[in-house]
Design a protein around this ligand. Structure first.
Ligand code: PLP
Length: 418
């Protein structure tokens, strides 16, 4: 007879509400009406007009930048941004080893090389490691505000300036996040964002590039837009205007129905973030004292978007209990939306990064990094346990139940040890 209160060992689960416990984005009547209206207005927009112009104008003013160009995906936005910066064959870009692969993969399609740099114990780019990886071919460094926690943009701006690099940003987790009051995505020469389903601002599918630099803007247009949009936006006297009909030949524009959804969501983003901040603070306060659980340290100038709440699980504090077993026990308590990041992992572990030449011509001689080359990224990833951050007051009890589930498993961890 097992007397453990842990649900995994036959005890009563803490949470009995049926899942899924978290879904995104919240869809309201306004969203339905906006998409329905767009269906009658236009389902294809070849220039910068209608909902596309409205969304780009709104994003421009949110970020405080001159130009925003929407795209069909965040991956396409990253591709256009790199191409617009003139990054091409042989060029190198410093990318944090721990991110979603699309931060780096478009570089392979430009003949360029992602040069991975390790992260620090907080999962942020390690600038000392990055400095060791600079060569004469390094053109840019990209900041990724992982899980919506802003990078130290003072340090990154200084690093880029000191080494004569372009500073770029992947803001895909961090819509509305700020560093010293300035929006993430407005620090670099350009930034790229995803508007994919679960991202803080969602179009279902979509993305955008933001920049203050008008010539870079024309290059972004030429990369993924063509004819009407390029002809109407690139001044006839500009040396690039003669390429307007074809651009660079790719077509990466956003779907108007997706743009309508993102535009309807955008006025609610600030409310989402405020609600998430309140719930995140509650969760952090509850988890701070839980043994085996490390909470993220938020820098004084940082306002996160709380795309997720990344915790660091430390098995040593719980008698060596493996993270997978800890997570099984948390799931058994009913906290089923707790997870370990899957595809957002050390990029050096992906076969594509180890041997890009196996799939991509031009990389036959490219010796990629090895499985264990980025020890800190590996440790951070192996120890990360992620919780959703809800935004509505009425989800507070659920958030409390999740933190209680982690605390319960930690408290009774000895029951799970062999
Ligand atoms: C989602 C994401 C992307 C890619 O965006 P898609 O819209 O899915 O193409 C790129 N970078 C990061 C960090 C992401 O999370």
């Amino acid at each position: 007879m097992n007397a453990s209160p842990l649900a995994l060992l036959g005890g009563e689960p803490l949470i009995s509400t049926a899942g899924p416990h978290f879904s995104w984005p919240p869809i309201t009547e306004q969203d339905r009406a906006a998409v329905a209206r767009q269906l009658t207005e236009a389902v294809s927009i070849p220039d910068r007009s209608g909902v596309v112009a409205d969304l780009e104008d709104a994003l421009t003013s949110c970020l405080g930048v001159r130009h925003v160009i929407t795209t069909c995906t965040g991956t396409a936005a990253l591709h256009s941004m790199y191409a617009a910066c003139g990054i091409g064959p042989g060029d190198e870009v410093i990318v944090p080893a721990l991110t979603f692969h699309a931060t780096a993969t478009p570089l392979f399609h430009l003949g360029a090389r992602p040069v991975l740099a390790d992260v620090d114990e907080h999962g942020q780019l390690d600038l000392d490691d990055a400095a060791h990886r600079l060569t004469a071919r390094t053109k840019a460094v990209i900041a990724v505000h992982l899980w919506g926690l802003p990078e130290d943009m003072d340090a990154l701006t200084g690093f880029a300036d000191r080494h004569g690099l372009l500073l770029l940003e992947d803001g895909s987790h961090a819509h509305g996040a700020t560093w010293n009051g300035k929006p993430v995505g407005s620090f670099g020469a350009a930034s790229a964002f995803s508007l994919n389903g679960p991202k803080p601002l969602s179009a279902g599918e979509g993305g955008f590039v933001a920049t203050d630099d008008t010539d870079l803007y024309y290059q972004v247009l030429l990369h993924g837009q063509y004819n009407k949009r390029c002809r109407s936006e690139i001044p006839a006297a500009h040396p690039l205007a003669r390429f307007a009909v074809t651009g660079m030949g790719l077509k990466l524009r956003i779907h108007p129905l997706a743009a309508a959804l993102a535009l309807a969501q955008l006025p609610r983003l600030e409310g989402y973030l405020k609600g998430r901040q309140a719930i995140a603070e509650r969760m952090l306060a509850a988890l701070e004292q839980v043994p085996g659980i490390g909470v993220p340290q938020i820098a004084a100038g940082a306002r996160p978007s709380w795309y997720g709440l990344p915790l660091r699980y430390d098995p040593a504090a719980l008698g060596g209990l493996p993270p997978a077993r800890f997570l099984d026990a948390v799931h058994a308590e009913g906290a089923t939306a707790t997870d370990r990041p899957g595809s957002t992992c050390p990029l050096n572990t992906h076969p594509l990064f180890q041997r890009p030449g196996a799939l991509l011509p031009g990389y036959a001689d490219h010796q990629g990094p090895g499985e264990r080359d980025f020890p800190v990224a590996g440790q951070v990833h192996a120890g990360t346990v992620k919780l959703p951050v809800w935004h509505r007051d009425r989800d507070q009890p659920l958030a409390d139940a999740y933190t209680a589930a982690l605390a319960k498993v930690a408290r009774h961890h000895k029951d799970l040890l062999p």
